[in-house]
Design a protein around this ligand. Structure first.
Ligand SMILES: NC(=O)c1ccc[n+]([C@@H]2O[C@H](COP(=O)([O-])OP(=O)(O)OC[C@H]3O[C@@H](n4cnc5c(N)ncnc54)[C@H](OP(=O)(O)O)[C@@H]3O)[C@@H](O)[C@H]2O)c1
Length: 281
């Protein structure tokens, strides 16, 4: 991975931080995106020291704000004209409905729209670096998700698990539609399930059934390094060079839910997402 520039969102903890370490260990030039300066600097120091790689950088942006995402993309492009691997990893679970500065429901905004916007803003750098790769971190929970176009922002009623599975299904639909749109560019787009029960900050501080479940699994959970394996594989392995539009589990292609293969839903989600992020459809 020498000379390859890799940007990873949600790199301050869990799977994202382990992915940053994995790629830094391979000699990549790693740009970690975090939202908190203190956590970001601590993670940056850890990756630099652990990998002995000095080409590791930190950029700050709260992905719940589209203004911050646009600023991040601008700052990134000023320093890095090329981008070989974009890993859209940041994600959250919210028990209660909270809206962002843009007035959007937070789970949908951070888990899906933020990465939709960031990817589109960074596409030119990926295209000039082709063959290059986009890796979207979804979840097996996408399988229980549906896209509720009549109430995407969950204004009529909010359930954390429903909002989360919808956002993770959106990650898969986005990947498939993106892969189609990128055909012939040399930029691939794949998504993955990192495995269930990875020991990260995910779900910490979450109340209700989900929080209880996450905490009860404690001793059985897998390491963040294990959770990062498929992300690192899709970002770096020659085995997947040129492969696009796939869903991967345990470093192997797998079948995602039937709904995720509905091309009309994928196209409609793209159009709505473009509208919500002020991008051309
Ligand atoms: N853990 C699992 O078992 C599991 C299973 C399936 C899928 N996943 C997926 O794996 C991905 C990584 O999750 P994880 O388990 O590693 O959880 P995590 O330890 O909580 O990491 C999530 C990362 O996302 C960042 N983030 C959250 N909200 C953000 C925002 N508004 N702006 C910028 N960054 C933000 C967090 O930043 P802070 O450090 O500032 O909070 C953190 O770096 C997620 O997409 C999740 O859906 C996880």
């Amino acid at each position: 991975m020498d000379e390859k520039v890799c940007l990873i969102t949600g790199a301050t903890s869990g799977i994202g931080k382990a992915t940053a370490m994995g790629l830094a260990n391979m000699g990549a030039s790693v740009v970690m995106v975090g939202r908190d300066q203190g956590r970001g600097e601590a993670a940056l120091a850890e990756i630099k020291e652990g990998s002995a790689n000095t080409s590791v950088d930190l950029m700050l942006a709260d992905l719940s704000s589209q203004q911050e995402i646009r600023r991040l993309a601008g700052e990134f492009k000023e320093v890095y004209p090329r981008l070989d691997v974009l890993i859209n990893n940041a994600g959250l679970f919210r028990s209660e409905r909270i809206t962002t500065a843009d007035g959007l429901e937070t789970t949908f905004a951070v888990n899906h729209l933020a990465h939709f916007l960031l990817t589109n803003l960074l596409l030119d750098g990926l295209e000039i670096s082709a063959p290059s790769r986009i890796v979207n971190v979804s979840s097996g929970d996408h399988a229980s998700g549906t896209i509720d176009f009549d109430d995407l922002q969950a204004e009529k009623g909010y359930k954390g698990a429903k909002a989360y599975s919808q956002s993770k299904l959106a990650n898969v639909l986005f990947t498939y539609e993106l892969a189609k749109r990128l055909e012939g560019t040399g930029v691939s787009a794949n998504c993955l399930h990192p495995g269930a029960g990875i020991r990260t900050n995910f779900g910490s501080g979450v109340s209700g059934v989900f929080g209880v479940m996450v905490r009860a699994m404690g001793p059985l959970m897998k390491s963040p390094e294990k959770g990062a394996e498929t992300s690192v594989y899709l970002a770096s392995s020659p085995e997947v060079e040129g492969l696009s539009g796939g869903y991967f589990v345990k470093r192997a292609e797998a079948r995602s839910s039937d709904v995720s293969h509905d091309e009309r839903i994928a196209r409609r989600l793209w159009e709505v997402s473009a509208e919500l992020t002020n991008l051309p459809a």
